[in-house]
Ligand binder design. Sequence first.
Ligand code: SAM
Length: 286
Amino acid sequence: TEKRLVLPSVTRDVVTRHGFQFKKSLGQNFLIDGNILDKIVEAAELDEGAGALEIGPGIGTLTQELCEAAQQVVAVEKDGRLLGVLKETLSEYGNIHIEHNDVLEADLPAIFEKWFHGLEVSVVANLPYYVTTPIVMKLLEEKLPLRNIVVMVQREVAERMAAKPGGKDYGTLSIAVQYWTEPEIVTRVPESAFMPAPNVESSVIKLKVRKEPAVQVKDDKLFFHLVKACFAQRRKTILNNLQANLQPKRDKETILAALETAGVNPTRRGETLSLEEYALLADALV
Ligand code: SAM
């Protein structure tokens, strides 16, 4: 379209005309790089039968492209000052619903039922960085019918999501994300791609939602408790972490027996265990 909001001059014009003041506390850094925008939309693999859920539409920069590419778009925006702006910038689209809410408070299953009935849905967003992890965890844990999640996040967070065992980036976030999805970093994004420029680097990451979790466990709550306990103090051995942090508490013999059943040496550290090893260990503790 001619009037792509992503053009810096168009964004500046919209912001100025509405007297909009950016709020740092809401993570308001609007995208002004058309190449990055194209990469985000392409990664989502939308088509005329697709639904798209956006979190934080801002002035509608990404929303506009989603309306062009998908059948139905829902955008959840917390900042009421943007509602009038979005009404204007998205006026030519009939396939957009703006939900004024904090996404962490929103009833996503109800939104899906009402707007995406029967559609395959992608989450596509340039996330507010102060709430990235809770948002991604909410999307995964509510087991919504999602195909993929394509999001702009802080670069370190993208690297933690995609990290393999053995390094400092691998942790509870890596395991949760990889349990539900297959992560793939799409591209790195410089500070200059945003207005105003944030003081951190960003990456776009694509999470392909799995049909079944990556590992089968008897009790997924226990699996995640176990993972959390093993990373409670990164420099401690698994044995020490499990003795100190597993809830409900187990005695040393029980823990050693479970480690033996799972074939995991008690002196290893949490960051060296694969999802498969955590799954074996969780099942041995049931
Ligand atoms: N999508 C736009 C773009 O790419 O230019 C704006 C992205 S900006 C990084 C993040 C957006 O999320 C802002 O519009 C902000 O107001 C909104 N936001 C912040 N916290 C939110 C929350 N808890 N729920 C929903 N939206 C939120």
